[in-house]
Design a protein around this ligand. Structure first.
Ligand code: SF4
Length: 115
């Protein structure tokens, strides 16, 4: 679900229409109901499972929170290298949010200590 695109909404509605209510992975989860809904909608489970290429558009790219795709890709690379990103309250590292949020970058750690 968390890796899904806008088609997952249709899947949820379809499964709900088939009787799913507050399912969990325990006693009331019916995989066959999900499988049936996936087939009826013409979805392919492989589109949602496994590795995703960062070169392609990602399902959540349509959500614009100001941070660039390139920044996220670089952060992923750093996470795999167990490399840290500096605290941007001390120095902006250009994630892109500044273009959206006027106050961004003005909340420095020094300012926080004064409060
Ligand atoms: S200061 Fe703002 S724009 Fe700069 S890296 Fe931090 S969150 Fe991004």
């Amino acid at each position: 679900m968390s890796r899904g695109d806008e088609r997952i909404g249709e899947l949820l509605e379809k499964v709900w229409s088939k009787g799913a209510k507050l399912e969990d992975h325990g006693r009331n989860f019916q995989f066959s109901r999900w499988k049936e809904a996936i087939e009826e909608l013409g979805l392919d489970e492989k589109d949602y499972l496994g590795a995703k290429s960062t070169d392609a558009e990602l399902p959540w790219d349509m959500v614009d929170i100001g941070i660039s795709h390139e920044y996220f890709v670089n952060e992923l690379k750093k996470a795999k290298e167990v490399a840290l990103t500096i605290d941007c309250r001390d120095q902006c590292i250009g994630c892109g949010m500044r273009d959206m949020v006027e106050e961004c970058g003005k909340l420095t750690s020094d300012n926080l200590k004064k409060k």
